[in-house]
Design a protein around this ligand. Sequence first.
Ligand code: 1HE
Length: 273
Amino acid sequence: MTTATPRPFTPVAGLLATLDLLRVEQAGPVTHIRLNRPAKRNAINDGLIAQLHTAFLNLPEATRAVVVSGEGDHFCAGLDLSELVERDIHAAVLHSRGWHAAFESIQFGKVPVIAVLHGAVVGGGLELAAACHIRVAEDSAYFGLPEGQRGIFVGGGGSVRIPRLMGTARMTDMMLTGRVFDADQGERYGVVNYRVGAGEGLAKGIALAQKIAGNAPMTAFAVMHALPRIVEMSPAEGLFTESLMASAASNTPEAQERLRAFLEGRAGKVVKE
Ligand code: 1HE
């Protein structure tokens, strides 16, 4: 079997090219969004959160999967603390809601998102990673919630999403004691889906994105939008919702063709990796 040569990534044109705190590139169905504020360790200021929101609402038409990574030595240092000291209570609650909207556009957006993590993945950086659907971590990645030390609380959806990955007890420990987890602990504790060596994260993230891009779009939709909601329902409601989602997914022309392809011996079998 021949393997298609992956297409090279090229900068996107139009609106996304104007976002100066991001670098957005595309190769066919995969869009790569790089946080591009390395001098500040990709700390998320008002501009960067707005640009992330804009990017996810305006993904190139052909996009079927997104990879998010960080430029420089770290994925993301979290909230830009220099802006926080200026905010009153009303501004702070609106600021937090702005992060929620941006990260909702990732978790409940159009296509699955893979975070490629290295260096610091802390505070709002971990909240961003938690809003993505799959996380790849290089050796250098480490996870912290320094909000506890800074006298603040998570505000970018961390209290909702992070316990669902690692458990409330571990997040409580991180926030109260400043405990930092390394990449291996991150994997053991459910934050990291794939552990890779130094410098291998992007290739792995892109390979996963290419695989995902080959799925039926309705399956991606069901996994992104139905699964996390079903998990929060009572079993009876969950089972009913699952039946509705399953019947919708299996009745798309694409699903019908894929099922026929398997039955006629034209589709791959399930094999061990
Ligand atoms: C920053 C930030 C930031 C770096 N806000 N400016 N996040 C934190 O509490 C993490 C704070 N940052 C760090 O612990 C370290 O910077 C790192 C471990 C991430 C990286 O260390 P290092 O040695 O590579 O870089 P550095 O020398 O500390 O930082 C380089 C520059 O980035 C420096 O600025 P410069 O002008 O002196 O060069 C730093 O001030 C700046 N910088 N991180 C502002 N976070 C929605 S609520 C979410 C709540 C949170 O995320 S709280 C957690 C905040």
